[in-house]
Ligand binder design. Sequence first.
Ligand SMILES: Nc1ncnc2c1ncn2[C@@H]1O[C@H](COP(=O)(O)OP(=O)(O)O)[C@@H](O)[C@H]1O
Ligand SMILES: [Mg+2]
Length: 218
Amino acid sequence: MDLGLKSVSVSFGNVVALDDVCLELPAGSQAVLWGPAGGGKTTLLKVLAGLVLPTRGDVRWGDAHVTSLSEEARREAQAAFGFVFQTDALFDSMSVLDNVRLPLKKRGVADAEATRRAHEVLEQVGLLAAAGKRPEDLSGGMKKRAGIARAIVARPQVLLADDPFAGLDPVTEGQIARLLLQVSEGRTLIAALPDPLASLPLPRQLRIVAGRIEAPSR
Ligand SMILES: Nc1ncnc2c1ncn2[C@@H]1O[C@H](COP(=O)(O)OP(=O)(O)O)[C@@H](O)[C@H]1O
Ligand SMILES: [Mg+2]
């Protein structure tokens, strides 16, 4: 699915988080979105996924204009997005397996099928043995793996990762970077990072400062 932002601005009260951003992301684009804290990275990812609506401008998912969709249609179309959150955002009261099954259950996938697919992605991220554990019993790297499994279990076309290496040691960072590259094959991947780290060498680098994308996209 092609994604497009046209003159998108987002304000939170007096704060301008995104300022007239234009961006074309053809299907399969892979980009690092980098820049200082407060620059607008998280807001941009959320706008791409329809989690935040633009104050001004147009967000396009394929042929659909996000602001013209009903809330229900928007929620349905959001199945195309997998979001790896900055904080792991796993529910500690549930097992890893149940956390990963959750997006499928929300979409009405039958229990047996949801379990099968959750096991499949847990195996893919190397976490099958921890399926029955609680997130609080996992290491930082394993939590990231669980978050990635949950993001891809509904087979999204677009994977958005917000600061996926936060709090990881360099070795774990390298492992998570390789995993992200592996699971995003054939998908669009946008990773927000504080700097354009060599551990995630994506073809396109977008620098965002004060709500504006600065570098000409390559
Ligand atoms: N929900 C919100 N309410 C108020 N201000 C927000 C909200 N989300 C983001 N901001 C502000 O928008 C700006 C951009 O934030 P953000 O997108 O989180 O940047 P980054 O991810 O690059 O650190 C910051 O000034 C931040 O404080
Ligand atoms: Mg952020």
